[in-house]
Each structure stands twice: as structure tokens, then as C-alpha cells.
Design a protein around this ligand. Structure first.
Ligand SMILES: [Zn+2]
Ligand SMILES: [Zn+2]
Length: 562
């Protein structure tokens, strides 16, 4: 092991670092006149010679400039002095330490105030007024932002509270759990009277009461199976406040498929970590998993019914304090993404609250990672999961891809359960998520039955008349079809108005916004003319690199144990 010498900073370097940090975070804006020397000496408790050494260092790094007989002025931060500013400020992250595969940061670094209209807020009336003083804060982007928070536990509570306070305009909150007494010790949004009510619903209601200007929507459901990909596609940022690998892996893939950044957080006792994943920029979540972890996940999947059962267990001991720290960092990363401030995808920041240490390291992206796949053009169908049948969708796919087109479902369907003991076979047709571990047992002899699963619809099935919803496809989902050579992607856009509205808990007198689509007739025959093929993003202010327009060969699937 190589032992790194501990770098000690001189007093002048420390003072210079603090000033550099003020320039970086915008509290010292470009052109701002630094306080007089005497005042700075008093503020930092240093001598004149130390101060001058600090100022000289800043000048050499192009962070401040002197005007004769007037004083010192902060310079704008741009490409030319960003790295120096970060280094002086003590940030481990200079441009040279980015992972090799990293593209330039998402969006230009905002030159504070340079392109921001001067606006004097009325702090008596304007709840977000103080944020106007933050140089890089872009009110419109923040108010129009759409953020999904997945998980409304200890971390999710903190994140939702922060996003509401900051006026992030549209929040989509997902959790399948209910509030219980033990949550009350670390969940700012929950009250004693909330016991046994949906966490997502309560959290959304409280977000609305913290800031009535925020539009909220909640889903009391399972992230891995009940959330249409079209919802992910319409978000600016996804924040994972999860406590298990299965859910993180699912969120990672969904975000990759529709090219969205996501911010992961994890906590245990006084330890925590934060990381941002952006498709195509550095490692993704799956890249960070060890071979052993991937094997463990596939072991779980070798008995699918049991795997689902186990996800529901596994409670990690945490404190409200570590949830505040990590939740706050996640919220900040989301805010930076929304405002186009550079983030560092594919890196992890660990915080150890036991010894108050924080460090950031980069993960290596894996070439063989199965999550690296971004969907190509998405065809918007005026179709709805509740009304469209497998046969309908297959017909559309075959019109595009020829007679060999098949549909790949994201969720396994159980077609039959067979008892290895008494050999009785029960024909069923239900999504895996809807069959409990208990129901998997033989009603005659009690042995756990073997399930036959499928997720490929070839056209040979005897259940093509079933609706997509009945085989577990969520509203506003994006489905894949392929003919062995090429993929096509179809969104159930007919579900849009109902599936994504951000209108829960709106006051009754507020007129509903006009529906974004015409009401749909029963979709026995979906007119081909109603289909809209669109490129890439549905709606986003974020400039995220598109990874590959053409799908690569590997279909994403949890590895089977070999
Ligand atoms: Zn990966
Ligand atoms: Zn049996």
C-alpha cells in the first residue's frame, strides 16, 4: 500500500482557499469589490503579510485582480480558471481527475450574474426571493423542473422537504410502503396520526403544505413494476432514496434507457454516500457492483418468488442526522443538475459521521455492463395500457418490423405453476409481482411450486387478447419490439394525461390545465396516423449527451447464475 503524505496548508493557503470558495459559490460575484484589507485581516484573524500572500496566490491563479488605488476585485470563473479555483478551494475535483470516459460537464458553468437579468425580489411577498441572490440560480428552470423522488423513507423525507423549500416546481413521489411508528423518529414529514397510511401520499401532501406553489403527484406502488417508463422520460432528474440493490438496479436501468440523470443516496448508522449517475458519462450504478454482488442478485432471481419476498425485509439502522446530511447533498446535486451546474457523474462521495471525514473517488465504468443501453427514437402511440391488447401492439410492431416482430415485456409473466411433489399444474397468467410467495405453494401438498415464466410475446400465445395492463404493463410505459435485427420502442402515450399530471392536492378552485391530448377511443384499431415518432428526450432543459441512437445488441436482463 502506498502511503500518501498528509498535505498541510499554510494559513495563507487556507485563507486563499476560503476566498476561492466564495468566488466559486457565487457569494463573491465577478467584479465584486473585496472588502478592504483591514476588514479581511480582522475577519480571518490574520496578519497583513499573510493576507497579502493569500491575495497574491489568488491573483496568480486569475481569480482576483487588482485595480490600482481601488482594491481587489473578484474575476469571473470560466474554463480558464475553474480548475485553479477548485483546487484552491480544496475541492478534490479538478478537471484532470475526471474519469477518462467523462465528457465535458453537463451544461456550461454559469458565469455568475453574467447572463442573469437583474431582479430585485420582494422578500416580504416572494417566498423564493432570497434565492434570487444566488448567482447561478435560475428561477424559471427551478420552477419548471420535474423531479421524481423514489422512496419516501428517512432519506426521501429529507429530500422532499428540501425540494419543496427550494421551490422545485413539480415533484413525483413514489413509495409502496406505509407509515409506521418507527418511521416517526427520522421522518420530518410524518406525524403520529399518519400511521398505516401511504408514505408517498403523506409525503406529497406535506410537500404541498410546506410550499403550496409546488405541484405534486404520488404513486403508492412498486418502482420496479408499476411506474411507466414514459414518466421517467419526462423527468429532469430522478432521486433514489432507496434501501436495496434490486430497486437501485431497476432505477439505474430505467434512467439509462431514457437517458436521465439520477442521484443515489445511501445511509447506515453514521455513514452515508451520494453519487450522481448520468448515462454515458462515467460509471453507472451497475458498474459499481462487484462480481459477488451481481452473483447475489442473480441467486435471488433464481427463485423469483422468494426474491420479491426478500426485498421487503432488510431494514438498515439509520439516524435522522445522517439522513439530513445525505438527503441534503442529494437535493443539492439535483439542484445543480437543474441549473446546469457541473456535477461529477460516476463518482461517489462518502461521508463518515463517526470521524467527520468526507472523500470522493471515481468508479471505473465496465465495458461489459448490462445497463448501458439507451433507447432509440420512441414512437408515441395514442394507446392505453388498460385498453390495448397484446395483439394490438404486435400488429403495430409487425407493420414496422415485419412478420417476425416480437414484444419483450419488462416483467416476467407466470404462465403456469407446477408442483414438483404431486405434479399438479395450475395454468395462470399473471405478472410475477402479483403472485405472492405464499400463493406459489401447492394448495394440495404445500410444497413450493416451480413457475414457468415468459417475457417474450411471439404471436403464438393463446392470451394475445389480454390487455397490456392485465399482463403487468404500467400506464404510460414504453415497450420494446424487435425482429432479431432491429428494435422499435412504443410509448403508451394515451395514458399521459392520467398518468402524469402533478395535480394531487391542488386547491379545488384551480382550473385544470387543458389535457395534453385528445380523449382516446377504445383502441381496437389504433390509427397509424395518430402515431408520433419523436427523437430522444420528451422534455428537458438539461443537456445530457445521447449515448447511442441505435440500440446495441444486449437486452438488459438480470444475469442468470451460470
Ligand atoms: Zn454500468
Ligand atoms: Zn403438490
Amino acid at each position: 500500500m502506498k502511503i500518501q503524505p498528509i498535505a498541510r496548508k499554510t494559513l495563507a493557503e487556507t485563507v486563499a482557499g476560503k476566498l476561492a470558495a466564495s468566488i466559486l459559490d457565487g457569494s463573491l460575484q465577478p467584479g465584486a469589490h473585496l472588502p478592504p484589507e483591514r476588514e479581511l485581516m480582522g475577519q480571518f484573524g490574520i496578519s497583513r503579510s499573510t493576507l497579502r500572500e493569500a491575495l497574491k496566490g489568488l491573483e496568480e491563479n486569475n481569480l482576483i485582480e487588482s485595480r490600482p488605488h481601488v482594491g481587489w476585485f473578484a474575476r469571473a470563473i470560466d474554463e480558464s480558471n475553474m480548475a485553479q479555483a477548485k483546487e484552491m478551494a480544496g475541492g478534490a475535483a479538478d478537471t484532470a481527475s475526471r474519469p477518462a470516459t467523462n465528457e465535458p460537464p453537463t451544461g456550461p458553468f454559469r458565469v455568475p450574474m453574467a447572463d442573469k437579468a437583474i431582479h430585485i425580489p420582494n422578500l416580504k411577498k416572494d417566498r423564493l426571493g432570497t434565492f434570487e441572490f444566488i448567482s447561478w440560480w435560475e428561477r424559471e428552470k427551478v420552477q419548471n423542473a420535474r423531479v421524481m423522488v423514489i422512496g419516501a423513507g428517512a432519506l426521501g423525507n429529507e429530500v422532499i422537504k428540501n425540494l419543496s423549500l427550494m421551490g422545485i416546481g413539480n415533484l413525483f413521489i413514489v413509495d409502496f410502503d406505509k407509515v409506521e411508528a418507527a418511521n416517526l423518529s427520522r421522518s420530518i414529514l410524518f406525524r403520529e396520526g399518519d400511521n398505516n397510511r401511504s408514505k408517498a401520499e403523506i409525503a406529497a401532501a406535506r410537500a404541498k403544505s410546506i410550499n403550496p406553489d409546488v405541484h405534486v403527484q404520488y404513486l403508492n406502488g412498486d418502482i420496479t413494476t408499476q411506474l411507466g417508463l414514459g414518466i421517467f422520460r419526462r423527468m429532469d432528474v430522478v432521486i433514489g432514496c432507496l434501501d436495496n440493490r434490486e430497486a437501485r438496479l431497476a432505477v439505474n436501468r430505467f434512467c439509462y434507457w431514457v437517458n436521465k440523470p439520477w442521484v443515489d443516496g445511501a445511509i447506515q448508522e453514521l455513514l452515508g454516500l451520494v453519487r450522481v449517475f448520468v448515462p454515458g458519462q462515467g460509471a453507472c450504478y451497475e458498474c459499481t457492483l462487484t462480481e459477488q454482488a451481481l452473483r447475489d442478485l442473480s441467486m435471488r432471481y433464481s427463485c423469483p418468488l422468494l426474491a420479491r419476498q426478500n426485498i421487503l425485509l432488510g431494514k438498515v439502522p439509520t439516524t435522522p442526522t445522517i439522513a439530513s446530511i445525505i438527503g441534503a447533498m442529494q437535493s443539492q446535486e439535483a439542484l445543480k443538475l437543474i441549473n446546469g451546474i457541473p456535477v461529477e457523474p460516476g463518482k461517489v462521495t462518502h461521508f463518515n459521521g463517526m470521524v467527520n471525514e468526507m472523500h470522493t473517488t471515481a468508479y471505473s465504468p465496465r465495458d461489459d455492463c448490462e445497463s448501458h443501453w439507451t433507447y432509440g427514437d420512441i414512437t408515441e402511440l395514442p394507446a392505453r395500457a388498460e385498453r390495448t391488447t397484446l395483439a394490438d401492439l404486435l400488429r403495430i410492431a409487425r407493420a414496422d418490423l415485419g412478420p417476425d416482430a416480437m414484444i419483450e415485456l419488462d416483467q416476467e409473466l407466470i404462465t403456469s405453476l407446477e408442483c414438483p411433489n404431486c405434479h399438479t399444474v395450475e395454468k395462470i397468467l399473471r405478472p410475477l409481482s402479483e403472485v405472492t410467495f405464499e400463493a406459489g405453494h401447492c394448495p394440495t401438498c404445500g410444497v413450493l411450486r416451480e413457475s414457468t415464466l415468459t417475457h417474450i410475446i411471439t404471436g403464438e400465445e393463446d392470451f394475445l387478447h389480454r390487455t397490456l395492463a392485465s399482463v403487468g404493463v404500467p400506464s404510460l410505459h414504453i415497450l420494446r419490439a424487435h425482429n432479431g435485427v432491429q428494435y422499435r420502442f412504443y410509448e403508451l402515450t394515451g395514458d399521459l394525461a392520467e398518468a402524469l399530471h402533478f395535480r394531487h392536492f391542488e386547491p379545488k378552485h384551480v382550473a385544470l390545465a387543458p389535457a395534453t391530448h385528445e380523449p382516446q377511443p377504445a383502441t381496437k384499431n389504433i390509427p397509424t396516423s395518430g402515431r408520433v415518432r419523436i427523437k430522444g428526450e420528451a422534455k428537458s432543459d438539461l443537456t445530457i449527451k445521447h449515448v447511442s441512437a441505435e440500440p446495441v445488441g444486449s437486452r438488459v436482463k438480470v444475469r442468470k447464475s451460470s
